[in-house]
Design a protein around this ligand. Structure first.
Ligand code: TXA
Ligand code: MG
Length: 353
């Protein structure tokens, strides 16, 4: 798509100082345009969820396949009922506990929600973000905002406004800059339409926390990176695409600490001999143990790793890194969410040590 807009970036604070900006953004949305916004998870590319033309524009701006449904963002609980067929009891419990927050639930949709927004599905994904700027923006924009992550399709999601600018400059009129996001990975998605809810995408709200509130929650096999059998469709269509991917090749190394570190160092030595640029992405405590062109730390905790992962992958592109290595995270709690993104960023390349 050619450049159509002079893209503005405007700072927001989540309080009264934003009044004029919110009014301006609301006008853009109500007239069918798009605005990029911060949320607590990642930046979103927002349009009017009830306007089919806005949803089409979102797909065009992202370069995203239009069978990949969008999440509808709301700012208050009363907004849920008009867009869904029914609200299961377990969904009410989860909403009470986790909304506003980084949880998306799938419902059977009401006909008010256009097929363009749901990628032709009879279900709709709904989330109420907790970020103040996002909430004020949704209220100023008519109450129903479709917002996929604001990255160009296939790239790592955006955790600050300058990443959005990299991907969408010229394609939208306005980016609202709310600073760095707090969580850094997209929301947890749970399908509430069946008897037993199903976790489709792990996020900051873990499987265990969901089960504390509503009992048994199944985990979709696609979550852990199981390759799809031929002819089967993933429940969250977005999860089938190559995703979060840096330009170079990423490998996940799984095994004991010492063996994994030695293996990664020997791979990087081999790259150096061939004149290839390599990098290791690791936790702070391991930085000194690696020798590569670039050794990049994700911080000290899994929370740090979640917040820094996408930025780190983007920096690898800027540094023209051709091969990247990262040790596997524990596949539970927030680690499950991190591994879910890594598996896709790596195109399923896992080295077992
Ligand atoms: O944290 C988030 O959820 C961010 C911020 C901006 O709110 N949004 C986000 O949207 O991650 P997106 O479009 O990048 O990812 C939405 C995911 C996709 O994998 C999509 O296939 C799935 O949700 N999804 C949406 N509607 C669905 C539905 N009706 N049934 C199953 N999966 C659905
Ligand atoms: Mg996305």
């Amino acid at each position: 798509m050619s450049s159509l807009y002079l893209t503005e970036i405007e700072k927001a604070y989540g309080d009264g100082r934003d009044a004029a900006l919110m009014a301006k953004a609301g006008e853009i949305i109500k007239s069918g345009g798009l605005v990029a916004i911060p949320t607590e998870t990642v930046y979103g590319l927002a349009g009017d969820a009830l306007n089919p033309l806005s949803s089409k524009k979102i797909y065009a701006a992202k370069g995203r396949p239009s069978d990949n449904p969008l999440i509808v963002h709301i700012a208050e609980l009363e907004a849920l009922k008009p867009i869904v067929k029914d609200i299961p009891e377990k969904a009410k419990l989860l909403a009470k506990k986790f909304w506003p927050g980084p949880l998306t639930m799938i419902f059977n949709k009401d006909k008010r929600v256009p097929a363009e927004t749901t990628g032709g599905l009879d279900t709709v994904a709904v989330r109420m973000p907790v970020n103040k700027i996002a909430l004020n923006f949704i209220k100023a924009s008519g109450g129903y905002i479709a917002a996929p992550s604001a990255n160009a399709s296939g790239r790592p999601s955006c955790t600050n406004a300058s990443h959005v600018y990299e991907d969408l400059n010229g394609k939208i009129p306005l980016i609202i800059d709310g600073g760095d996001v707090g969580i850094g990975l997209e929301s947890t998605i749970v399908d509430m339409t069946g008897e037993i809810p199903v976790l489709l995408r792990p996020g900051f709200i873990s499987h265990a926390r969901l089960e504390e509130i509503i009992g048994r929650v199944l985990i979709d096999p696609n979550v852990n990176g199981a390759e799809l059998e031929e002819g089967t469709k993933p429940k969250a269509p977005g999860m089938k695409y190559k995703h979060y991917a840096p330009k170079g090749e990423l490998f996940i190394v799984r095994g004991g600490e010492q063996g994994s570190i030695e293996r990664i160092n020997s791979e990087c030595r081999a790259h150096a001999l061939k004149g290839e640029a390599s990098a290791v992405i690791c936790m702070d405590a391991e930085v000194e143990k690696y020798t590569a062109d670039v050794v990049s730390s994700l911080g000290n905790t899994y929370e740090d790793a979640a917040r820094n992962l996408f930025r780190c992958l983007r920096e690898m592109d800027e540094k023209n890194i051709e091969y990247m290595y990262i040790r596997a995270f524990e596949d539970e709690g927030l680690g499950m969410a991190i591994m879910n993104r890594l598996i896709r960023a790596a195109g399923h390349k896992v080295i077992e040590v």
